[in-house]
Design a protein around this ligand. Structure first.
Ligand code: ZN
Length: 243
């Protein structure tokens, strides 16, 4: 007999599979990223199709088969309709899902990823996002995701000497995974502004709703974003550029 189990999960993407089926990638609460087959979704009678749209949050009943796992039943909890009707929010979600698909491997259980994505979708669904903060939130998500996957940058003590950083002359050493103080850094290192360091710390630790309340200069958020991109590209060289 086939084994069945249930889990809450968020759909990451859905592609046509064979003649009438779909191949659905989800981020589940208990089992991490899963690839599932949904049968008969291309037929007009399919009750399942509406519950497996991208970034829908649903309860899944999954049947473990020999080669694939199949969706036995699904009931949506929240399809985040305010995101679906807003092109800017769709662009944000599209970008973060692409990064999740690149960085997260299948079948590695990690409930933090589920909660990070769920919190982010709820935040986007319930709040207005100013056009000029779109990039900031995409990169805050990526920094939180990387931190959850074991790449949290060290932003409080020097990664070379271990001393607490003073608020001046620090630079980011991507190969060592964090900041180095003025005494330890190599010549010609690019000094990172102290306000940028503070903003990066907030991006790692604070909830999205609290990040929205922060006041910062555009130069500061641009420098933070630039460092996140460089760190991402350094730690994930095969993942392709992330802009
Ligand atoms: Zn040092």
């Amino acid at each position: 007999m086939d084994e069945t189990y249930t889990t809450k999960a968020i759909v990451l993407n859905r592609q046509p599979y064979r003649e009438n089926d779909s191949r659905v990638t989800v981020c589940s609460l208990e089992y991490g990223k899963l690839v599932l087959i949904a049968r008969g979704t291309a037929t007009t009678k399919s009750k399942m199709a509406g519950h497996i749209e991208p970034f829908c949050f649903s309860d899944f009943m999954i049947v473990r088969g020999k080669c694939h796992s199949y969706i036995g039943g699904v009931a949506s909890q929240n399809c985040f309709s305010a995101i679906k009707s807003d092109l800017s929010k769709l662009r944000i979600v599209g970008q973060v899902i692409a990064v999740i698909n690149k960085l997260v491997k299948e079948n590695e259980a990690d409930s933090r990823l589920f909660f990070l994505l769920h919190d982010f979708l709820e935040f986007l669904d319930n709040n207005d996002i100013k056009e000029e903060t779109i990039d900031f939130f995409i990169h805050a998500f990526v920094l939180k995701l990387m931190s959850g996957l074991g790449y949290e940058p060290e932003l409080r003590v020097c990664v070379a000497c271990g001393k607490e950083l003073k608020p001046e002359n620090n630079s980011f050493d991507f190969s060592r995974g964090g900041l180095v103080c003025g005494l330890c850094q190599a010549q010609n290192s690019t000094i990172i502004k102290n306000d940028t360091i503070k903003l990066l710390r907030c991006m790692v630790k604070e909830k999205f709703i609290d990040l929205q309340k922060l006041k910062y200069d555009k130069k500061i958020s641009d420098e933070a974003i630039k460092n996140i991109i460089l760190f991402y590209n350094y730690t994930h060289p095969g993942a392709g550029d992330f802009k």
